[in-house]
Design a protein around this ligand. Structure first.
Ligand SMILES: Nc1ncnc2c1ncn2[C@@H]1O[C@H](COP(=O)(O)OP(=O)(O)OP(=O)(O)O)[C@@H](O)[C@H]1O
Ligand SMILES: [Mg+2]
Length: 218
């Protein structure tokens, strides 16, 4: 239903706690629910997505997508082989690291930079933008976007972050992720927000995110 070749989505930001793992897992889950075979590569030594997957097994939910750990440099050399038989790959990155994200960028098609709507978080993107700059020398076709994440629902902060990043490269996705308790609760159970309640606002924003990201590579 989407493009034929494997697309590699890379969720990266050296700033910690911005929602990389949460948005990456829910996005991967939506791709899977839409009928895609998804490989999720957790390159964070912290293993957040692996923990999500283990919680899922404990709760006896059927497998939604494959999660593998690769907490080291070198994914760009192995991903082609690893991704055989899958439609899409989603990579989660560690915070406060450089070598692993740098290697992962070389494997990526679409780079998603989750950013919380706060000045400190916007300034902190300088680090990831530097890595992107380096990678673009090797990868001219790399697509990169900001994703406003953990937006406090009902506040204007989401709008002001959009204004602060307006006209920026990378561009800001229209889809945003709200700060909602269901993201934390569902994660603990090894589920996605869509599985918990497909009619929820959270599920709606994850569907919007998925549609927009898939179409970027369209
Ligand atoms: N949209 C959201 N709504 C509510 N809670 C959220 C949301 N996104 C993330 N969280 C919570 O914030 C914390 C950090 O989120 P997450 O692990 O996704 O960030 P991260 O960028 O992957 O962090 P790290 O840099 O440590 O890998 C978690 O406890 C998570 O449950
Ligand atoms: Mg994480």
């Amino acid at each position: 239903m989407y493009c034929v070749s494997v697309t590699v989505f890379d969720f990266v930001n050296q700033k910690g706690g911005v929602g990389k793992s949460t948005s990456a897992v829910n996005f991967a889950g939506q791709l899977a629910l839409d009928g895609n075979r998804v490989l999720f590569v957790d390159t964070d030594p912290q293993g957040t997505a692996l923990d999500w997957s283990a919680a899922r097994v404990t709760a006896e939910h059927p497998t939604l997508f494959t999660v593998v750990g690769y907490p080291r440099v070198g994914l760009h050399k192995e991903l082609l082989e690893m991704s055989r038989g899958y439609d899409h790959v989603v990579i989660d990155n560690p915070a406060r690291a450089t070598d692993i994200p740098r290697s992962n960028l070389l494997a990526a098609d679409v780079v998603v930079i989750p950013v919380q709507p706060s000045p400190a978080d916007i300034w902190a993107t300088a680090e990831v933008l530097k890595l992107l700059d380096e990678a673009s020398v090797f990868k001219e076709d790399l697509i990169s976007v900001f994703l406003v994440s953990r937006r406090i629902v009902g506040t204007q902060l989401g709008k002001s972050v959009r204004a602060a990043l307006a006209g920026s490269t990378p561009k800001v996705l229209d889809a945003t992720i709200g700060q909602r308790i269901v993201y934390a609760e569902s994660f603990l159970e090894g589920q996605t927000v869509t599985e918990v309640d497909p009619a929820s606002a959270a599920a709606e924003e994850i569907r919007d995110l998925t549609r927009e990201l898939v179409n970027l590579n369209g």
